[in-house]
Every structure is written in C-alpha cells, then in structure tokens.
Design a protein around this ligand. Structure first.
Ligand code: C2E
Ligand code: MG
Ligand code: MG
Ligand code: MG
Length: 279
C-alpha cells in the first residue's frame, strides 16, 4: 500500500514534461557505452535504379538495440546523441561498418556500388574527420566515390565557412554528397548550383501525394527537370506503391527508395538480398 501511495504521489506531482526529460536523461546515459557494448546495428535499404530495376546503391540506417527497451528509433536517439556529443562515436562506427560492407559489395555485386551515410549537422561541421575516413577507405582499397554523405538543407542555409570548406574537401577526395529530405526545409535552389551536390533526395512527403496532375506531381516534375539541368541525379524517398513508382519514372526520376522495393534490413539480410538479384 505504501508503495502504491508512493507511485500515485509520483504520477500526481510529476508533470508529463518532467517524465519525458527523465526518460531522455536515462536513455542518454544508456547510450554512453552502447557502441562499445555492441548494441548498435546497421541496416541497409536499397536505392533502386528506376529504369533498370538494379540495386547498386543503398542507404545505411543505424539502429540501437537497447538491452531492456528493444529497438530504439534513430528519430529518438540521434537527437540525444547530438546533444551529448556521442554522435561522433556513433558516426564513426556507422562509417567503419559501412566501409566494410562496401568492400564486399564492390567485389561481389558491382564495382561501383555506393553506400550513403547520414550526417547530422553537428557531425558535418566538425573540423577534418574526412581524413580518418579516407585512411580507412584507402586501407580497404576503396575510392572516395564509394561513399555518399547525406546532409540536410538547413546546413546549407547558414552555410558557415566550415560547411563550405568541408564540401570542397569531400569533393577533392571524391566523396559524393546528397541533399536529404529535399523540399521540407527552406529549399533554396541557388544552393544546388553553389555547392556542387551530386544527388537530390525528394522527401517522402512529396512522394506520398503523387497523383497525375496533382500539385505535388507538378513540384516533383519541376524539381527533377531542374536537378538534371544542374547535373544532379534524383532519388525519390518513400516510394510505397507501383503508381508512385510509375509517375516518378515517367517524370525522369533516376532512383527510388521505399517500402515498395524493400524496408531497411539488417546488413546480412541485405547482403543476401543483393546476391539474390537476377543478373
Ligand atoms: P532519412 O535519412 O530521411 O532516412 C529515411 C527514413 O525513411 C528511414 O527511417 C527509413 O526507414 C524511412 N523509410 C524508407 N522508406 C520508406 C517508405 O517507403 N515509407 C516510410 N514511411 N518510411 C520509409 P529511419 O531508419 O527510422 O531513420 C530516420 C532518420 O534518422 C533518417 O532519416 C536520418 O535522418 C536519421 N538517421 C538514420 N541513421 C543515421 C545515422 O547513421 N546517422 C545520423 N546522423 N542520422 C541517421
Ligand atoms: Mg538519409
Ligand atoms: Mg531522407
Ligand atoms: Mg528523413
């Protein structure tokens, strides 16, 4: 009974916000050491060439298997990793793990296989960093071109010198850049020209509402035409239906990614998936 009273008092006097804050603190604490404890897992989702249906690219998506809570979404733990500084350790792990798989897939699947790796603004703005990546890639016999770094528009909006410098350094070593979730931020088309981006990923909020003659179709059409004129290739995110896929292909979109093709899957499963593609 005393225990019950204690619990009631707890819930009565603790506003929901405080509970959420406590939850974040606990999770952040658990996140320390999660990499070393082997709790991170890397999933891959295919990026499909729409004209041929071939898979020569994939996006790496990190997962955290919490010992008590089970799978925690990156939408929940990446912000905690950022505010605690743990993001750098996680990012390094994601990059190393990705490079290991790319080496296999370049050897066994396609010589130009590429993996895209997400970078939060904090990671991208960090001085250097890419030197370590290049050492790792070189050790594995991989060129910079085997990696695409996915960044978001916000980063370009307040493009500090650090961002501009990093983009130039990546270009020098051959690492490519994709603009993720395009259309959700303050999309400024002039950035596409100014910054020498390789891929533009149309956000899934556009893909979701694609229908002939819809405004999202008009926008997607225009984005694709413009991107091509600027020499970028276009990847549509969140392709879930054959109709969306057809409309995007008709509009000249280069690649599609989404549940229609496959959900993100554990690396070993994706490896088997690749080996199963008809040649
Ligand atoms: P994102 O980079 O935009 O990744 C695409 C997200 O959309 C993934 O969510 C993917 O599972 C989901 N998705 C793919 N196809 C479909 C579809 O057809 N329908 C729907 N509804 N969703 C689809 P996920 O894996 O939960 O990742 C969420 C976000 O977390 C990513 O968004 C990315 O911003 C971030 N993230 C993931 N891995 C990393 C990482 O290694 N480092 C950093 N910094 N961020 C990461
Ligand atoms: Mg991404
Ligand atoms: Mg995205
Ligand atoms: Mg997203």
């Amino acid at each position: 009974a005393a225990k019950d009273a204690g619990r009631n008092r707890f819930s009565y006097f603790t506003p929901a916000l405080q509970v959420a804050a406590l939850n974040r603190m606990r999770l952040t604490n658990d996140l320390r050491g999660a990499v070393k404890a082997g709790q991170m897992e890397l999933y891959f989702q295919p990026i499909v060439h729409l004209r041929t249906g071939r898979i020569h690219k994939a996006e790496a998506l990190v997962r955290w298997r919490h010992p008590l809570r089970g799978m925690v979404s990156p939408l929940e733990f990446i912000p905690l990793a950022e505010s605690s500084g743990l993001i750098h350790e996680i990012g390094e792990w994601v990059f190393q793990e990705s490079a290991r798989w790319i080496q296999r897939w370049r050897t066994d699947i396609h010589p130009e296989f590429q993996v895209s790796v997400n970078q939060s603004p904090l990671e991208f703005q960090r001085e250097g960093g890419y030197e370590g990546w290049m050492r790792l890639l070189t050790d594995l016999g991989l060129p910079g071109q085997s990696i695409v770094i996915e960044i978001t528009e916000g980063l370009l909006l307040d493009a500090s010198n650090a961002v501009t410098k990093k983009l130039l350094q990546l270009r020098d070593v051959g690492i490519q850049v994709a603009l993720d979730d395009f259309g959700t931020g303050y999309s400024s088309l002039s950035y596409l020209k100014k910054f020498d981006i390789d891929y533009l990923k149309i956000d899934r909020s556009f893909t979701r509402n694609l229908a002939p003659n819809s405004s999202d179709m008009a926008l997607s059409d225009a984005i694709i035409v413009m991107a091509h004129k600027l020499g970028l290739r276009v990847i549509a995110e969140g392709v879930e239906t054959p109709e969306q896929c057809d409309l995007l292909a008709q509009a000249g979109c280069d690649y599609g990614q989404g549940y229609l093709f496959a959900k993100p899957m554990p690396a070993a499963e994706f490896d088997a998936h690749l080996r199963g593609q008809p040649s």
